[in-house]
Every structure is written in C-alpha cells, then in structure tokens.
Design a protein around this ligand. Structure first.
Ligand code: HEC
Ligand code: HEC
Ligand code: HEC
Ligand code: HEC
Length: 503
C-alpha cells in the first residue's frame, strides 16, 4: 500500500474528505458523551431517595415513591386481561376446564379448588380466597400451616427478621394472617439501601449450602433468575428439622432433575398425601419452574428469567426494567425481539407448537392416571393385599409425579421442551406398567372386565365422585371472610401506621 501522504498529494480532495469525516466523528462522540452524562445525571436523580424507609418495609407503595417507573409497571400485574393459548393472567377455574384433575388430586387440597396463576399483585388475595386454605375460625384452626405464606409477600422476610426463621414456620396459616398482608414486591427482591438484587428466602440459601455452594458467589446475570427461584421451585415441608415447624425445604440434595428429586423423596419416605381412591403415597409437584428452565437452551445460553419476563423498557429517554411480570407473549417486541429477528407471529407460533406437542401426550398420561387410580381402588375392593399392591402404588406415585412435574412447572413446555417431553413419556411408561400389574391382580382374582371410566364430565360431577362436600367448604369460607378477614386487615393497618417513614 502507498503511504497516505502520497495518495493525498495526488488527489487533494481525498485529504478534505478525511478531514471532514474526522470532524463528523468528533462531533458525534461529543453528542454521545453529553447524552451519557445527561442520563447519568437523570439516573442519579432517580436514585436519590425521596423517602427513607426501613430495610424490611413491606409496603410496595412506599418504595414506589422513590421509584415511580418500577412501581407503576409492577402495579400492572393487577391486569387480568391477557390470555394466550395455554397461559395468561385471567382467573380461570382449572378444575372446571379439566375435571380429571379432581380425581388425580383426590384426598388433597387441590381437588377442592385450583385456578390459573395470576399476577403477583393477587398473591395474598388469591390465597385468602381459595378453598384450599379453608375457613379457619381461630388462630390454631384450618388445614394449612403458616409456611404456606412463604412465597406470597415481603411481610415474610420482615417477619423472619423479627421473630426468626424457624418460628415463622411454626403454627397454622391463620396464626399469621394479620401479619402477612402485602403482595409479592420490592423487599422480596431488593436491598433497600443499595437497590441491589438480594435473596430473602432462607430455603434457597440453605439448598445452595447443602450442595456446597455459596449463593453470594452468584453472578449478576444468575441473580436475575435466582430472585425468581426463591418461589418458582419444587419444595416440601420438613417436619423433622425443627420441632413444631413445617420447615420449607428444596429437595435438591441429590440433583435438580425429576429423577433426583424423586429419589430424594423416596429415600426419606416422604408423601404429600395418601390418594383417596388408590391409597397410593402421593407426591404433589409444586412448581419446579426454575429447575425445568435450567434444562433448556435459553438457560444454557445464559438468558435469565428477567431477560424475558422483565425486559428493559424506555420512557422519556430513560431505560428501566419493566416490572410488569407476565406472559412474554403479551410483549414479544421487548421480550424476544431484542435477540430474535423473526416476526411476532412466528415467535408466538414457535411457543404454541412446543406447547401443543407436549400437551398431546400429557393429556394421554392424565387419562391413564385416572384409570390407574380407579383400577387400584377396584383391586382393593376385590381383596388385594398390601404386599401385592405396594409396587403398583409406587408406580402410580412415580407416574403422577412426572405428570404433575410437567403440568406444574408453569411455562415448562417452552422453557425446556425436550426435557418436559422426556418427563411425560417416562410417566406414560410407568402408568402403563402400573395398569399391567393391576391386570395381573385382576386375573388372580378371576376378574376380567374393564373397570368403567367414571362420569367426570364436569367439576361438580368429579367432586361428587370423590366424595367432596363443596357446599360445606364454601359456607366455611364465607364465614371466614365475614368474620376473621376484616380483623386481619384492621390489625395490619394499626401495625403499619406505626412504621417509620421519613418524607
Ligand atoms: C421478583 C423480583 C423483583 C421485584 C418483586 C421487584 N424487582 Fe425491581 N428489579 C428486579 C430485577 C431482576 C431488576 C433488574 C436488576 C438488574 O439487572 O440489575 C430490577 C431492577 C430494579 C431497579 C433498578 C433500575 C431498573 O429499572 O433497572 C429499581 C429501582 C427497582 N427494580 C425497583 C423496584 C421497586 C420499587 C419494586 C417494588 C414496587 C421492585 N423493584 C420489585 C426484580 C424485582
Ligand atoms: C415471593 C415469591 C415469588 C417471587 C420472588 C416471584 N414469584 Fe412469580 N409468582 C408467585 C406467585 C405466588 C404467583 C401466583 C400469584 C397468584 O396467582 O395470585 C406468581 C405468578 C407469576 C407469573 C404468572 C403471572 C401471569 O400474569 O400470568 C409469572 C409469569 C411469574 N410469577 C414470574 C416470575 C418471575 C419471572 C420472577 C422473578 C423475576 C418471579 N415470578 C418471582 C410467587 C413469586
Ligand atoms: C437474551 C437473548 C434471548 C431472548 C430475550 C430470547 N431468546 Fe430465544 N434464543 C436465544 C438463544 C441464544 C437461543 C439458542 C439458539 C442458538 O444459540 O442458536 C434461543 C433459542 C430459541 C428457540 C429455539 C430453541 C428451541 O426451543 O428449540 C426459540 C423457539 C426461541 N429462542 C424463542 C424465543 C422466544 C419466543 C422468546 C421471547 C419470549 C425468546 N426466545 C427470547 C436467545 C434469546
Ligand atoms: C427465553 C424466554 C424465557 C425465559 C428465559 C423464561 N421464560 Fe418463563 N415463559 C416464557 C414464555 C414464552 C412462556 C409461555 C407464555 C404463554 O404461554 O403465554 C413462559 C411462561 C412462564 C410462566 C407461566 C406464565 C403464565 O401466564 O401463567 C411462568 C410462571 C414463568 N414463565 C416463569 C419463569 C421463570 C421463573 C423463569 C426463570 C427460572 C422463566 N420463566 C424464564 C419465556 C421465558
């Protein structure tokens, strides 16, 4: 190549062009720098607290005075208008949509009442209203323990800080109803002084410790998922750890996949309930959202929950985190198209295709499980003994654990489609194996007819089939809402009016 001065000497215009180009670059850099300074100034302004409050302040409105953009978007989780093909934010009675669920959960709270999950704004209200929490009349009454509050509210870390973790896990759900009143919010995920992300739930910290890991070592990008993993995970209540406490525990010690957790539960002979029809020792999968997400391609590529469910948003030149946590299909532009160039319709179709393909087999597994439960009941009725039934019941337990793992890991069919397909197909194998063994038991009893599939066309029919008295449950709930609930609200208001807030 010729030296540049030689080129310029031969063509003077080139020199001018280079000069002009440098000038434009310098001016542009100047504009960029000043815009960065301006935004810095703006964000410093936004972070200067207008209001000083306690580290464990549970009220989202109080934090919101300092961070109006985050608060306003958080508050949009109250919107219930979005529906996608299988998910969304509306109140939908899932037992009405699919009455087979009533039979699968016979003998357990979920057969009474189960609605589609809504936004974080409703976490408290929905728990107070569900028939699963019953109609307690006193602090020591009702079917649920205090531990059920753990994933619902920033009052939980506040209370744990005040009375201690084990003490929080003691007693009945009704005992802490006047304490836990603010829905999931700022103090669950943020440090009040620095606004850094933080993990407030001991169960997650302890699960890491038992695996020999320190959660403090998590990277910033990992924290953008770990704040969700405080609640969107599989868990159980350990009654042996502390006397009188239902100690919230994640079953991850042997690993974080469906088999490892099953082995963990089997080894400690844990069961959530005994199935009313089959008498199988059942496991209820809670919502292993984080565990399933870890098995997917997005987690593998370092994409966090917040990348899709809390994308950045711009308003008046300011970039901030959209706190309207919801189905990303309601916001494909910000949630997906920052990384993918495809059209919105195509991306939505990609999600639906994966969901459709999995639902097809999950639905088959569900029917097989209904049959297995009613057939096991028939085997008992024919006089089968415990020793003969035991392996069959374990097979049913393992099959339904897989079905529930797939169904309850909300979003799992998209987060990790191949893993969920695998889990469902291994469930089908086990359900069929259980029915094969049952057929042999029938043969040994000289019974060779088909056990009739029950008439469970509606939720009401299914609940009648398993012998639930829904009217009684509803009357108890109505009484609770009339008498106890207003008391809780009154007590909470009195307590909160004494909190220190400097304006
Ligand atoms: C479920 C967890 C969660 C809850 C609840 C939550 N946040 Fe956040 N917040 C996040 C995440 C994740 C980020 C992104 C942080 C990052 O990447 O550094 C964030 C970022 C922020 C930031 C930094 C600026 C920005 O927008 O990126 C502020 C300020 C903030 N949140 C305020 C709030 C307030 C106020 C509330 C309550 C109304 C709240 N947050 C509730 C998870 C949460
Ligand atoms: C303190 C516990 C807790 C934390 C932390 C938490 N969630 Fe939730 N989440 C819940 C509960 C409980 C519900 C169901 C609320 C209801 O139905 O009333 C829910 C509901 C949801 C929904 C359904 C909302 C809809 O409109 O469809 C999504 C999506 C969701 N969470 C994502 C996340 C993400 C992403 C994070 C982390 C940034 C997170 N959650 C952190 C407990 C939590
Ligand atoms: C932060 C970047 C990022 C975001 C946000 C993101 N993706 Fe992806 N997505 C990826 C990467 C990386 C892969 C892996 C593909 C590769 O490496 O070639 C991937 C893979 C996929 C695949 C193919 C994998 C499979 O399951 O077969 C689909 C479909 C997909 N993304 C859809 C979506 C949708 C829908 C959204 C929004 C809800 C989304 N992505 C959000 C980065 C992202
Ligand atoms: C690559 C983007 C992406 C990532 C990463 C991701 N999700 Fe999702 N999530 C989705 C999509 C897409 C759906 C399906 C929404 C639908 O069907 O309407 C979904 C569904 C959900 C749902 C059910 C939503 C509803 O309306 O009921 C929950 C809860 C959820 N995700 C939580 C999480 C949590 C917790 C994490 C991290 C552990 C996570 N997601 C990571 C894209 C993502």
């Amino acid at each position: 190549m010729k030296p540049i001065n030689e080129s310029v000497n031969r063509r003077p215009l080139l020199g001018w062009l280079i000069f002009l180009a440098s000038l434009i670059v310098v001016v542009l850099l100047g504009i960029l720098a000043s815009s960065i300074m301006e935004r810095r100034a703006e964000s410093v302004f936004a972070y200067t607290p207008q209001v000083k409050h306690d580290q464990w302040e549970p009220r989202n409105e109080v934090w919101g005075e300092n961070f109006p953009r985050e608060f306003e978007t958080y508050y949009k989780t109250a919107d219930t208008s979005f529906n996608s093909k299988y998910n969304g934010s509306a109140m939908i009675d899932m037992l009405e949509v699919d009455p087979r669920l009533v039979v699968l959960w016979a003998g357990y709270g979920f057969s009474k009442d189960y609605n589609q999950g809504r936004g974080h704004y409703y976490a408290i209200e929905d728990l107070q209203n569900t028939l699963r929490t019953g109609g307690p009349k006193t602090e020591n009454d009702g079917p649920m323990p205090a531990t059920c509050w753990t994933c619902k509210s920033p009052d939980v870390p506040r209370l744990m800080n005040e009375i201690g973790v084990a003490e929080f896990y003691k007693g009945k759900w009704a005992g802490k109803g006047h304490e836990v009143v603010n829905p999931i919010g700022c103090a669950d995920c943020h440090d009040a002084k620095t606004m850094n992300l933080r993990v407030t739930r001991p169960a997650l910290i302890e699960a890491f410790q038992r695996q020999g890991k320190n959660i403090e070592d998590a990277t910033h990008q990992e924290m953008r998922s770990l704040v969700c993993a405080q609640c969107h995970v599989e868990y159980y209540f350990d009654k042996k750890k502390v006397d009188g406490a239902n100690y919230l525990t994640f079953p991850w010690d042997k690993g974080m996949n469906v088999e490892a957790m099953e082995e963990y539960y089997d080894e400690i002979e844990f069961k959530d309930w005994t199935h009313k029809l089959s008498k199988a020792p059942m496991l209820k999968a809670q919502h292993p959202g984080y565990e399933v997400y870890l098995k997917g391609i997005h987690a593998d590529r370092g994409v966090s929950c917040a990348d899709c469910h809390m994308p950045y948003k711009s308003e008046g030149g300011q970039k901030f985190t959209d706190h309207h946590i919801q189905s990303p299909l309601n916001n494909v532009a910000n949630s997906c198209q920052v990384c993918h160039r495809e059209e919105t319709e195509k991306l939505i179709k990609n999600v639906y295709t994966r969901q459709d393909q999995i639902i097809e087999n999950r639905d088959k597994l569900e029917e097989l499980l209904v049959r297995a439960h009613v057939e096991a009941k028939k085997a008992w009725d024919l006089g089968a003994d415990e020793a003969t039934m035991k392996p069959v019941l374990m097979m049913i337990r393992h099959a339904q654990w897989r079905w529930d793992y797939a169904a309850a890991s909300h979003g799992g069919s998209f987060h990790a489609p191949t893993e969920i397909s695998r889990v469902v197909s291994t469930g089908i194998v086990r359900a069929q194996e259980a029915r094969l063994q049952l057929a042999r038991i029938f043969a040994s009893k000289g019974f060779n007819e088909e056990v009739a599939y029950p008439d469970i066309a509606t939720k009401a029919k299914a609940q009648k089939f398993i012998g639930l008295d829904i009217e009684k449950l509803e009357a108890e709930k109505a009484e609770f809402k009339k008498n106890m609930l207003p008391e809780w609200k009154k007590k909470a208001e009195e307590r909160e009016s004494a909190y220190q807030v400097k304006r």
